[in-house]
Design a protein around this ligand. Structure first.
Ligand SMILES: Cc1cc2nc3c(=O)[nH]c(=O)nc-3n(C[C@H](O)[C@H](O)[C@H](O)COP(=O)(O)OP(=O)(O)OC[C@H]3O[C@@H](n4cnc5c(N)ncnc54)[C@H](O)[C@@H]3O)c2cc1C
Length: 389
């Protein structure tokens, strides 16, 4: 299996520091050596490669941009480059790291008590514990404000009732960050595996994100101590704060899938000959597709880099991240479709990563705010008019 050469059309790498290049190299090597050889089988069998969790933890991939508690304290570019390489391996792997870091460790780090941080962050960072994030419900996806899960205060406890669905890592999680409606507004809770009244069931039959666990979470009179409520999380704004972190990682991650599709099409069309001795890559229509892909990937890299710089400067807005997530997912999906086309019949085979990326990207387009919802966020930013309802 040839090693991934990367995509560096306009000397993008010259914008990266030595340390950023080193982090990318570490992640790239991990994906080449540990993910690429096994992911086809894992995807076909619909199994998440759990054996890689501890290795990713040891390499510092979980909560990599957080400080303290064993976290690597990386900048946003380093974090983004890790997501890019992981998603080049498979979106399921990047989803695991996104959920663990941005949707579980981040809320504990940002909204948690000192006791919650000490108890969970080192274990989540190392991969000794797994987390999940329960927001979506059967009747409320794009509009979480409608959530029906409730948290009722009774003495020193909170009683959770309701259902969450489409939850990545749900049944594998040692701790679930669960959002529920209390009398005071939406609140976040740490629900530990095995808590009475808390059950999980896995969702089967997915034709996308097959190498990823997706579950439903069921709560029936589930008693949670006050010490397991996130004390700093107040209202849906706290929930959305977590989503912005995850969406940022997705905006970088999908570039990895796009790069893999581009590179697969480029190398394939250079090898394959039709109509005489001319490689497919020597035809104008083929070159137009390759040119589109590398142009859009390059623009996506620059967008990701600028949003990362704003994030580290404390000047990023959720609407910036919406543009990053929406644009880069959209171009990655189109790269996968064009690449599939350029490989002809071979493009549908699992011998190549293209259809796997394409199917995964259909999920990535939907989760963490659909393409439509991010268009509405951008639309509100430029007009001042919310058009969600
Ligand atoms: C594999 C997978 C993993 C996931 N992991 C998690 C997880 O870990 N945690 C979690 O909480 N959730 C998770 N999700 C759920 C995901 O976030 C939701 O699916 C997503 O928010 C969309 O919600 P929905 O599926 O209910 O679609 P809907 O909200 O029903 O939307 C359906 C369609 O209607 C469009 N639409 C909705 N409202 C509007 C509007 N106002 N204007 C225009 N168009 C609109 C949408 O854009 C979409 O095209 C996951 C989903 C998948 C598929």
């Amino acid at each position: 299996m040839p090693r991934f050469p990367g995509v560096d059309y306009i000397q993008f790498d010259s914008l990266l520091s030595e340390q950023e290049l080193l982090v990318r190299q570490t992640a790239r090597q991990f994906v080449d050596e540990r993910v690429v050889p096994i992911i086809r089988e894992a995807y076909n069998s619909a199994i998440f490669p759990t054996g890689l969790i501890r290795e990713m933890g040891e390499l510092g991939f979980f909560g990599a941009n957080l400080e303290g508690y064993g976290c690597a304290g990386m900048n946003s570019v380093e974090y983004g480059l890790i997501m890019q390489e992981l998603e080049r391996g498979d979106s399921g792997l990047r989803s695991f790291a996104s959920v663990q870091g941005a949707l579980v460790m981040y809320p504990i780090h940002t909204y948690g008590s000192e006791e919650q941080k000490q108890r969970w962050l080192p274990k989540l960072q190392s991969g000794a514990a797994v987390g999940c994030f329960g927001l979506t419900e059967p009747d409320f996806g794009s509009n979480p404000a409608g959530m029906r899960a409730t948290a009722e205060k009774r003495g020193g406890e909170w009683i959770l009732n309701g259902e969450k669905t489409w939850i990545t890592n749900g049944s594998a999680a040692d701790v679930a960050i669960v959002w529920a409606r209390a009398a005071e507004g939406v609140r976040g809770f740490l629900v530990e595996k095995g808590t009475p009244g808390f059950e999980t069931s896995d969702i089967h039959g997915k034709l996308s994100m097959r190498a990823s666990i997706t579950s439903s979470l069921h709560f029936s009179g589930c008693a949670i101590p006050e010490s397991n409520r996130l004390p700093g999380a107040e209202g849906l704004a706290s929930t959305l704060g977590c989503l912005t972190q995850a969406r940022f990682g997705i905006g970088w991650g999908v570039l990895g899938a796009a790069m893999d599709c581009y590179e697969t099409a480029r190398s394939y069309t250079l090898m394959r000959k039709q109509f005489g001795d001319k490689p497919l890559a020597g035809h104008q229509l083929v070159q137009e597709k390759l040119a589109w892909m590398i142009t859009e990937i390059t623009k996506g890299q620059l967008l990701a880099l600028q949003v990362a710089k704003l994030k580290d400067a404390g000047r990023v807005e959720a609407a910036h991240v919406s543009m990053l997530k929406r644009n880069n997912v959209s171009i990655a999906l189109e790269c996968a479709r064009l690449s599939r086309d350029l490989l002809g019949a071979n493009g549908i085979m699992d011998e190549y990563p293209i259809m796997r990326h394409m199917c995964n990207l259909e999920t990535v387009k939907t989760y963490e705010g659909t393409d439509h919802i991010h268009a509405l966020v951008i639309g509100e930013k430029v007009t001042g008019l919310p058009a969600y309802r």
